[in-house]
Design a protein. Structure first.
Length: 221
């Protein structure tokens, strides 16, 4: 397999109310202020107030290659407030529909700036089914605002069809590479055996950064 280069450019400063601010109405789609998330895909954040019952926000958009992404953000009941962050990274956000009964508190929907989970991910690299291990990972963090990043791999496959387990992209389990966690400078390591997918997540900072995934053997050479 030829090496795959996954690039993440420098992102804009996070904006917690980029898409919406107000009190959502269950069943009525939010009127989004814009649909472009950033110069590259990144995580969406819903900041909420105290709600007496669980509330849901179903968001939909597209990823780096135009595929439709969708997931549900869940607000727990009887909390003073907080932020819930998407599992997926979005290049565009096209709809956000509140559910779960009457919302009573103000909420904002925007981009996530970090703190408890990743800010953004590179595109995903699909490894060659006919290839072998080892798989090497080369990380490069560049620019004046260096990012803190982590390489992740997954054995789940969202392309499965029944009777194989059907896994939504937002439900995939990603495993950190043990030696490529919280990287702030160029680094390299490998997996002796292959996973199905690989990516790099930006934990903090800005970037730019990139990951090169290189797998041995396979029909592609």
């Amino acid at each position: 397999m030829r090496p795959i280069r996954l690039f993440m450019p420098a992102l804009s400063t996070a904006n917690a109310s980029l898409f919406y601010t107000g009190t959502p109405v269950s069943g009525t789609a939010l009127t989004l202020l814009q649909t472009i998330v950033d110069v590259a895909q990144r995580r969406i954040a819903l900041t909420y107030g105290n709600e007496s019952s669980q509330r849901l926000l179903v968001i939909k958009g597209t990823n780096w290659q135009g595929d439709v992404w969708s997931e549900t953000l869940t607000i727990p009941a009887n909390q003073a407030g907080g932020t819930v962050v998407s599992q997926l990274d979005y290049l565009t956000l096209t709809s956000a529909v509140p559910q779960g009964g009457g919302w009573t508190a103000n909420a904002t929907l925007g981009t996530y700036g970090g703190g408890t989970t990743a800010i953004a991910s590179t595109p995903w690299a699909r490894l060659d089914d006919y290839g072998f291990g080892p798989v090497s990972y080369t990380v490069a963090v560049t620019g004046s605002s260096a990012a803190n990043c982590t390489v992740q791999r997954s054995a789940d496959d969202p392309n499965n069809l029944s009777p194989l387990p059907v896994i939504a992209p937002s439900s995939m389990v990603w495993v950190n590479h043990p030696n490529l966690v919280n990287i702030t400078a160029s680094a390299m390591d490998y997996d002796a055996a292959k996973y199905l997918w690989a990516k790099m997540v930006m934990n903090s900072g800005n970037g730019p950064m990139y990951l090169i995934v290189d797998q041995a053997g396979g029909k592609g050479g």
